[in-house]
Design a protein around this ligand. Structure first.
Ligand SMILES: *Cc1c(COP(=O)(O)O)cnc(C)c1O
Length: 233
């Protein structure tokens, strides 16, 4: 089941990657498994999906232990992604678990992650979440605040800033997301150029708009329903 859905997603990615000029293999798929059962997650691992995203620590924790056991038996290592809003009282647990935190949405959160990472002797990879659309209901730096805070975040020694993440506003038409994805890509390119940074990751595109995201240069998709929902895409 997951197998067919994954193949279908990869076909779509392949077609879209031609348009953005990045190679299909450079687009990684993070399987977002909130509300997804362990057997389905194991199915994804069987198909070679080794990037797993979760929204909430509490839900992630038991699955983290079980799926790591499962994949260790296959000699595979899972990369764990935190894609949901992170509360400060969960920072310590998050730094222990996750390989990449996508949802860093304030400088104070970055500072807390830095501190927790230092205590663990770890350098935590993160993305800055940018609220490109300015929707009030969404977390994330405003584009202006992202530009203002990027140097400060870069200067934290136990954090490594790998790129930017955004969530496009909900819409029935995936084309509506295009302008926001383009804007995030331009922001990354501008920051890299102006400051000599090497942020590579653009985490953008979900089930409803990942084709458009890849066309606009996304190299990290966060896919939930596309991989796990019964009715398919
Ligand atoms: C749930 C979720 C996803 C996956 O959503 P789908 O539309 O099911 O692909 C991606 N990113 C975040 C932050 C999410 O919360």
């Amino acid at each position: 089941m997951v197998k067919e859905k994954l193949l279908r997603c990869k076909e779509i990615i392949k077609g879209a990657a031609v348009k953005s000029g990045i190679s299909e293999g450079d687009v990684s798929i993070v399987a977002v498994t909130k509300g997804v059962s362990l057997p389905l997650m194991c199915e994804a691992v069987d198909e070679g999906v080794l990037d797993i995203g979760e929204n909430r620590i509490q839900e992630a924790l038991p699955k983290y232990v079980s799926l790591n056991d499962y994949s260790a038996n296959l000699d595979r290592k899972i990369n764990w992604h935190m894609v949901g809003h992170l509360q400060s009282n969960k920072v310590k647990a998050a730094v222990k678990m996750f390989d990449l935190i996508h949802s860093v949405d304030s400088f104070s959160l970055a500072e807390e992650i830095n501190k927790a990472s230092e205590n663990l002797g770890k350098v935590q990879d993160i993305l800055m979440q940018v609220n490109v659309s300015g929707e009030e209901s969404k977390f994330g730096f405003s584009p202006e605040d992202a530009e203002k805070n990027v140097d400060k975040i870069k200067s934290l020694r136990n954090i490594s800033l790998k790129g930017l993440m955004t969530i496009a506003p909900f819409s029935d038409n995936p084309q509506d997301s295009r302008v926001f994805f383009k804007s995030l890509r331009e922001m990354r390119d501008r920051l890299n150029k102006a400051r000599g940074y090497d942020m590579k990751i653009l985490s953008m595109g979900m089930t409803d708009d990942f084709e458009v995201a890849v066309e606009e240069g996304s190299n990290m998709l966060r896919l939930g329903r596309a991989l796990f929902k019964e009715e398919g895409l």
